[in-house]
Design a protein around this ligand. Structure first.
Ligand code: SF4
Ligand code: SF4
Length: 387
């Protein structure tokens, strides 16, 4: 028997600024462990080394989190904002995925779920065993959201929530009380393939199937070493994450705007940072500007590496001086190598003599190899008109 009605649960969640929720049981997710193990074994999750087969099996059964788990309240934080745009100032700017514009959603969601937990205990007049989870390998957020009726799986592998599309951050409160589950929603992609067609790197290899090593989100956030050279020209100006397969989705196009301050960018660097600044920022500047934000996860070197690729993709001759300076002097070798690549991407013929000089002076063997590879096989020239 349900310990609380859905109406009461929704009211309590709304008081905690959790506007969206679904409910499911804590039963194992049918077929999920097998699906995840198959994805791992076929290489679709390569690079996510922490997500092992053992983790996959663990995450498919919520009772592994606590043996008395009975219900999962799946919560959503909408974050669509239509009015934030890059300034028209001629500065080459990178793009940050929308979910990272505001304060770190892991902290925001966890704080609100803990608040909901406390209110539930007060409401029911007894202690409740609970786990608040956001983006961990201990449960699959999207599987919980789909089974709980919060949203449905799109072919882009995102959860689409009615009225919000996929612009929703997900979390779960796993409880030892029984709450009547809500019915799962019917998927509505139909014959649409817009997200698969729009993905610039071909990471969506099939409907509902993401090949992580090709995804710009993985390349810009999780990958620590050099970005594969064949993928760099496909990454556009993304420096942290990628929203393309969400932006093209007709359901996200109809999303309601959020006025939640927690998801708003507070300065332009939180959404559209200058690429020159990313390439030259100090550790202190990086930590100050992105304090309390998900962008910190990429680390300064990763963000500067991504900025070099982005500037190669969208920059012009006017950016070559800065790139040469970065290629010669940046304190992180990975950034020097990617800046050299970016020079050739903008103008391989004009920059070849400079790259040869940089190669001969470069102390780091990995950077020398990167520059040599660039000289031997320059990246494809950009179509200036399209940049
Ligand atoms: Fe493709 Fe970008 Fe979507 Fe990744 S996030 S699947 S790269 S469109
Ligand atoms: Fe589904 Fe089309 Fe949206 Fe992709 S773009 S998730 S196929 S509705």
């Amino acid at each position: 028997m349900s310990a609380i009605t859905h109406a009461r649960l929704r009211r309590l969640a709304a008081e905690c600024r959790l506007a969206l929720l679904g409910v499911t049981t804590a039963e194992p997710f049918d077929g999920l462990a097998e699906l995840l193990v198959e994805r791992i074994r076929t290489g679709h999750m390569d690079g996510l080394d922490w997500f092992t087969e053992e983790r996959a099996r663990f995450s498919a059964d919520p009772r592994n989190l606590h043996p008395t788990a009975r219900s999962i309240v799946s919560v959503g934080l909408p974050y669509w904002q239509p009015d934030v745009a890059p300034p028209d100032d001629g500065v080459p700017r990178g793009r940050i995925s929308r979910y990272a514009w505001g304060r770190d959603y892991h902290k925001t969601l966890k704080t609100r779920m803990r608040d909901l937990h406390a209110r539930l205990e007060e409401e029911l007049g007894r202690p409740i065993e609970a786990r608040a989870l956001v983006d961990t390998a201990r449960i699959v957020d999207r599987a919980a959201a789909a089974r709980s009726g919060l949203g449905w799986y799109g072919k882009n592998t995102m959860i689409l929530v009615p009225g919000h599309g996929s612009w929703v951050m997900l979390g779960e409160l796993v409880l030892d009380i029984e709450v009547e589950p809500l019915p799962a929603l019917r998927p509505k992609c139909g014959r649409c393939t817009r997200c698969l067609d729009a993905c610039p790197t071909g990471a969506l290899v099939d409907a509902y199937r993401l090949h992580t090593p090709r995804c710009i989100s993985y390349l810009t956030i999780e990958l620590r070493g050099p970005i594969p050279r064949d993928l760099r020209p496909l990454m556009g100006s993304w420096v942290f994450g990628c929203d393309i397969c969400q932006e093209v989705c007709p359901y996200t196009g109809a999303a309601a705007p959020s006025d939640d301050p927690a998801v708003q960018p507070e300065r332009i660097e939180h959404a559209f940072p200058s690429l020159h600044w990313l390439l030259t920022m100090s550790e202190e500047e990086f930590r100050t500007v992105y304090r309390g934000r998900a962008v910190l996860r990429a680390k300064r070197g990763g963000l500067a590496r991504n900025a070099a690729v982005a500037l190669g993709n969208i920059g012009s001759d006017a950016d070559l001086g800065l790139l040469e300076e970065v290629a010669a002097t940046h304190d992180i070798p990975l950034v020097r190598g990617h800046a050299a690549w970016a020079m050739a991407r903008i103008d391989a013929a004009a920059t070849a003599p400079i790259l040869r000089r940089l190669h001969d002076r470069e102390p780091d063997p990995a950077v020398r190899a990167e520059i040599a590879a660039t000289l031997n096989a320059p990246p494809p020239a950009r179509c200036r008109d399209a940049a």
